[in-house]
Design a protein. Structure first.
Length: 219
């Protein structure tokens, strides 16, 4: 009798232990499932956020380039404030503004409003100077070449009032040649052509003086 009771007790103890083990296993399985679902939900949410972030970034970039190609001042000017050099539309906008000042507000108006036009050309030169500094370490030299070349062109134009600008123009052309001598860039060829045209300093100075006094009527 005692043996049977002892056997029954052992059986009940074993069953109790097995029951507890099963409960823990079931509880662990539920926790694992919940953890898995949380991780999956987090991954889905992260993927959705990342997709939308890059999608919105692409849409915004497309809009900015659309504004740039439109060219209206109220669209170009805000783009020019994007000074991050990894934001190429901002750099392009600043080039556009500088050229507008040089050509539209400067050269094209120099016969109508000489002083105002020369002031616009000076502003263009200032912007080109900043662009040249900003782009000097670019992998591609295109922006630096354009900015430096336009500094030379702008200072040639300013020499109609201030002959010392001719030296600055020559310096900018020489910078281009010194840095990219032998390279097949159009800016290098143009810089050489301008330096050749500026060799006869006396004739050049007389020409500028005639334009200053007789055409533009500047002091």
């Amino acid at each position: 009798m005692k043996a049977e009771q002892r056997k029954e007790l052992e059986t009940n103890t074993l069953a109790d232990r097995m029951g507890r083990i099963m409960q823990r296993a079931q509880g662990g399985s539920r926790r694992a499932v919940v953890t898995y679902l949380i991780v999956v939900a987090a991954l889905i949410a992260g993927g959705w956020f990342t997709y939308n972030y890059f999608r919105e970034a692409k849409v915004e970039t497309s809009k900015e380039w659309l504004y740039f190609y439109d060219g209206a001042n109220d669209l170009i000017n805000p783009l020019a404030s994007k000074l991050d050099h990894d934001h190429p539309v901002g750099t392009a906008a600043r080039f556009q503004i500088a050229y507008h000042l040089y050509w539209d507000e400067g050269i094209k108006r120099i016969g109508i409003d000489p002083n105002g036009a020369l002031q616009s050309i000076k502003q263009a030169d200032t912007i080109y100077a900043k662009l040249a500094e900003e782009c000097k370490d670019d992998a591609s030299p295109v922006f630096w070449l354009q900015a430096t070349l336009m500094r030379g062109v702008a200072n040639e134009s300013l020499a109609v009032q201030d002959r010392t600008s001719l030296k600055r123009a020559k310096d900018h052309y020489n910078d281009i040649i010194a840095k990219y001598e032998g390279e097949k860039y159009a800016e290098v060829r143009y810089a050489k052509e301008r330096l050749d045209a500026m060799k006869d300093e006396r004739t050049l100075s007389n020409t500028y003086e005639d334009i200053q006094k007789k055409v533009l009527k500047l002091d």
